[in-house]
Design a protein around this ligand. Sequence first.
Ligand SMILES: Cc1cc2nc3c(=O)[nH]c(=O)nc-3n(C[C@H](O)[C@H](O)[C@H](O)COP(=O)(O)OP(=O)(O)OC[C@H]3O[C@@H](n4cnc5c(N)ncnc54)[C@H](O)[C@@H]3O)c2cc1C
Length: 314
Amino acid sequence: MRAVEAMTQQSQISALAQRDEPLSRHTTMKVGGPARWWAQPQSENELGAVLRAAKRDGLALQTLGAGSNLVAGDAGFEGVVLCLGSGFAWHRVQGHRLTAGGAMLLPKLTKLALQHRLGDFEWACGIPGSVGGSVWGNAGARGWNGETEKFESRDAGADLESLVAFDRSGERHELRRDDIEFAYRRSSLGELVVAEATFALKPLSETQANAHREAVKELLKIRRETQPVNAASAGCVWKNPRVEGCAGAGQLIERLGLKEMSVGGAQISAVHANFVVNTGGATGGDVRALMCQIEARVLQETGIQLEREVRLLD
Ligand SMILES: Cc1cc2nc3c(=O)[nH]c(=O)nc-3n(C[C@H](O)[C@H](O)[C@H](O)COP(=O)(O)OP(=O)(O)OC[C@H]3O[C@@H](n4cnc5c(N)ncnc54)[C@H](O)[C@@H]3O)c2cc1C
């Protein structure tokens, strides 16, 4: 009887997910073995069903967005990898509020905001992440402040007004900004899956919107000049250490002469030393080994323990 029950349970997740999907296809670093189960729900109903099935079957679950901040392991993931499907890549504008589904990509959302003459989302123009992953990890970068007419740091938590998230039991929750804590590249969202987010943005005149559009062009140009934007990577690997006299993790690594250090196909970028790039054929093991070697050298030579911005998936 037990065996029959187990088979019934197993067949429930198999109706909602496909087997053995390579994670290298879904991460911008292009590494990672297979997810035992790969689920791509297209609606809130399907999302709830996947979460309930994974829980019922006692399967581990990992959420993946655009895979742009993850280093997946070569053994893959022995459970369910949940990735919101294109059914979650929608948006809606109501006055100065911009609501987007969790799978919407940030660069597209920045464009849409400016089409509707809404400002303050320029920081997101060059971040290849999804709304869900970026709110969860409080992604941020330099954006444009139209009042001071300067480039200033901004993050996903800054203009967030509310969100819809699902817990591991498949229950739907509506959270206000005040229910969530945001800090440098992290939030208190924990195991919640972000299905949609609403940002309260700044209404702009056409003249102001043009200035914001010019700022986006400049921000993208700076990225192209200072980051390996066309290489396979997971963005900045380490958080910038909060240490006096240290401009950033990249500069620290560069000063130690570790630029272009490599393990297998993984290399510290020649363009920006806080990026590990896949030069072709890197494994998850190569990337992780390089990360560990860099962390050990930095600790040994400066006493600074680098903290990771990228997350490991396994
Ligand atoms: C070229 C390049 C440039 C980058 N520049 C920046 C930058 O300037 N600033 C910056 O902050 N980051 C940057 N990144 C890193 C990355 O794009 C961001 O961290 C982005 O927010 C990650 O979103 P994602 O959808 O790809 O999340 P993923 O990488 O898929 O996942 C990251 C984390 O979020 C969780 N997650 C994903 N989706 C959801 C969801 N729907 N609900 C709940 N949790 C979820 C995952 O479980 C995981 O723990 C860059 C990356 C690259 C490749």
